[in-house]
Write a protein that binds this ligand. Sequence first.
Ligand code: ZN
Length: 303
Amino acid sequence: MYMQVIDIHAHIYRKVAGITKGQPMASTSLGRVTVGNRQVQFLPPSFEDSSSKTETLIAYMDWCGVDKALLMPNPYYGYHNAYIKESVEKYPQRLRGVALVDFLQGKDAARELADIYDEGVLFGFKIETDSTFQCASHKRMCDEEFKDIWDCCNQYRQPVFLHMFRDCDVEDLTVLADLYPQITFVICHMGADACFRPWVKKENFDHVLDLVKNHENMYIDTSSVPTFFGAEEYPFPSSIAVIEKAYAVVGPEKIMWASDYPGMLNHATFKELINLVVTGCKNIPDNHKELIMGKNAQRLFFK
Ligand SMILES: [Zn+2]
C-alpha cells in the first residue's frame, strides 16, 4: 500500500559548529566531532567530512520513499539558517525550513524572527532547552524577558518545535499552550528528556499527552524515541509501546512521524525508522498511520 511519508524533523549542516554542556562542538572527519578536547563518533563513518548535506538527505529521502521534510535547527549543531534557507530555495517542493535564533536575546531575538517571517522563506522556530539554557540554567521559557518571542510567534501564527529537558519546561509549556492559541506547538521526540529520563518527574509523559489531547494547537512527534530505552535494537518494542500509548490517548490527528536524521542513523537504518510506525505499530490501523506518516504534516506545513 502506498503511503505518503513526510519527515518533520531532519537536520542538515555544512559543519557541526554548536555547543553542548558549555563546550564547543566541531566536525572533524569520518562522522566524528570534537566536544571540547574530546573526539566522539557523532554520525556513521560514511559521513566522511562529518557534515549533513542537503543532497545526501534528498538521496536518503528518494531511496526510502520520503516525499518531503522539515529541516530542523538546534543550537547543538549550530546556527545554520543560511544553509537551510539555501536548501529550501533549491528544493521548494520537497523541503521547508525552521528558523533558529538565540532565544536568550529576548527582544532582539523576537525582532530577528519578525524579519525572518516577513522575508517568508524560513518559518516557525526551534527551542531545545538544554543547549539554549546551558549557560543560564536558572532561566526558563516563560521568563518575562522572553515574552516578545512568544508574542511574535503568536502574532505571525508560527509553529514552535520544542525539545524539553526539565520539569520546569513541562510546567512552562502548560502555561504557554493556553496563553498562545495561535502558536502550533510541536513536542519533539514524544516529550523526550523531560519524560523518559530518571531525573524528571515520572508523571510528565502522561501530563504532556493530556496537554496534547486537550489543546487544539498541540502535536507530538515520534522522532528519536528509541534512544530513550537503553541499548534496545530494532524493532524497538519499548518505543512501539510508547508510540501506541500516545496514539491511544491523543488520537491519530495529533501525532507526526519524524526521523531525527542523520543522528538516528547511529541506531537504525532510515527504512527501519519508517517501519517503527509503518510495520511496528500493529495496534494502529492503516488509515490512521497515513495521518501520522504524512497527512497531518501535509495539512499543517505544506498546504
Ligand atoms: Zn533533532
